[in-house]
Design a protein around this ligand. Structure first.
Ligand SMILES: Nc1ncnc2c1ncn2[C@@H]1O[C@H](COP(=O)(O)OP(=O)(O)OP(=O)(O)O)[C@@H](O)[C@H]1O
Ligand SMILES: [Mg+2]
Length: 450
């Protein structure tokens, strides 16, 4: 038992030192870099706080964000160029036609009401033209927000015709009105605006969104399959840590994940072999130790082929309290939280019973409290006895170590109670610690993950 425990202890120490060293290094690094990276630190912390925590959501983001950015840029550039081009062409063509009409108006004598000119404009160019008396042009209207057409048309008229003009590109939705001041009249032209916005260009956007949705659906399906094996591995490792069996866990998924899973299974079987060997050895030792009591106790402790099962911890603590009262002690019990926790019931009861029997042996008052939250079950056993000096609190866990030789000659134990209790707690993925009790004696705390 001790060699394995020592090994684990040494490993823990090494890990602790490593963590401390790493902590010191990052501390030093951040102290050095603090004045420069201050805002960056804050920014990266802010980004981290809004980033999703799960691998699934993160990988989806890695796919979605570049896709959306790329497509938005492409769509924007395409649309912008496309509409620019169409608008320029339309403005230039319409202006050319109006310029031609003005030339005809100026060069050739006109019939009354300009009927011929208006007919040609209407039939050949699709422009509705009429001539108003030579009054002032209306004041320029407000510039529309998207003044692309407005600007392009104004430029063209200024360039090609060079006469005072007035345009309205927003007044009526599908018609553009242009007025040009001639020497003896104002020429008013209505042109269709429909060609400016090519309705077919929306197809481009629709296709783009549709293909992104398809890509997204494929990504979701694939990612889900990639991440499931990682979650299974985490579950299996967690179950093993709590001393439970991960039912039908097999390496699956991508090569690296399968490797991690295989390594985990390998490690698990090695640990199980080591425990098995330790158990056999202890059974042998217990056989050779002639004391009936010792053998009895060890056998109890080693009978842990027991399966974990949901157990009512509050009821279990109540039983311990009654036992203690039956032996003439003042005992109290208190439980907070949901009492059902999955443990090996007999082993876990043995663990707590060892603590309560110690308290009962060295004190007259025993207080048992249980507290369970979403991660841990904590059970404390307090007494009003002499306690254990803090420098001896690790030593008393060693098998066969007893401090009470001097205190209590007549009723000595075997010195195995705490060792067995700690072994059981650790086999549930938990730990036992000793401290000072508010009652004046020893406080033993058992903490296991739920
Ligand atoms: N509640 C306590 N108050 C004071 N001393 C304690 C208390 N619990 C344990 N100890 C000390 O720690 C030693 C180790 O305890 P442990 O339970 O392992 O052995 P034990 O009680 O002596 O024997 P066993 O439990 O096998 O009958 C005890 O001998 C005792 O000196
Ligand atoms: Mg004991």
């Amino acid at each position: 038992m001790t060699s394995l425990d020592d090994g684990i202890g040494r490993l823990r120490n090494a890990a602790g030192q490593l963590a401390a060293a790493a902590g010191a290094m990052t501390g030093a690094a951040s102290a050095l870099a603090a004045p420069i990276t201050g805002p960056w630190d804050r920014l990266s912390r802010a980004v981290k706080s809004v980033m999703p925590k799960g691998l699934y959501a993160r990988s989806l983001l890695i796919i979605i964000v570049p896709m959306v950015v790329l497509q938005s840029v492409v769509a924007f550039l395409f649309m912008e160029r496309h509409w620019n081009l169409v608008t320029t062409y339309l403005s230039s063509a319409v202006t050319q036609e109006i310029a031609t009409l003005i030339d005809v108006y100026k060069t050739f004598p006109q019939d009354a009401d300009h009927a011929q000119l208006r007919r040609i404009a209407q039939d050949r160019l699709g422009l509705v033209v009429d001539f108003l008396p030579a009054t002032q042009l209306p004041p320029p209207g407000p510039k529309p927000f998207f003044s692309q057409l407005d600007g392009a048309l104004s430029d063209e008229i200024r360039k090609q015709i060079g006469l005072p003009f007035w345009i309205d590109t927003v007044g009526r939705s599908n018609i553009v009105e242009i007025r040009v001041k001639l020497d003896d009249a104002v020429m008013r032209v209505f042109a269709k605006r429909a060609d400016v916005y090519d309705p077919n260009s929306w197809i481009f956007i629709v296709w783009m969104v549709a293909t992104s949705l398809v890509v997204l659906a494929i990504a979701i399906a694939f990612l889900r399959n990639q991440i499931r094996p990682i979650v299974r591995l985490a579950d299996a490792a967690e179950a093993f840590g709590k001393g439970r069996e991960a039912s039908n866990f097999r390496p699956r998924g991508a090569r690296e994940v399968r490797r991690a899973a295989a390594a985990f299974l390998e490690m698990k079987s090695r640990i199980e072999r080591a425990i098995e060997q330790r158990t056999t050895m202890l059974a042998g030792v217990s056989h050779d130790l002639r004391t009936i009591l010792t053998r009895f106790k060890l056998e109890l402790a080693l009978h842990m082929g027991e399966q974990p099962a949901p157990t009512d911890i509050a009821a279990l603590l109540e039983e311990l309290k009654l036992d203690s009262e039956r032996h003439g002690h003042r005992a109290s019990v208190n439980f907070h939280g949901q009492p059902e926790v999955t443990v090996r019931p007999a082993a876990f009861k043995r663990c707590l019973a060892n603590l309560v029997s110690n308290a009962s042996r060295f004190a007259s008052t025993v207080a048992i409290t249980g507290h369970r939250d979403h991660r841990w079950l904590n059970v404390t056993v307090d007494d009003d006895g002499p306690g254990i000096p803090s420098q001896l609190r690790e030593d008393v866990f060693k098998p066969f170590l007893r401090l009470d030789d001097a205190r209590n000659q007549d009723q000595g134990g075997t010195g195995l109670g705490l060792a067995i209790a700690r072994d059981i707690a650790r086999s549930h993925g938990g730990e036992i610690t000793l401290g000072d009790s508010p009652l004046g004696g020893l406080r033993a705390t058992v903490r296991v993950p739920v």
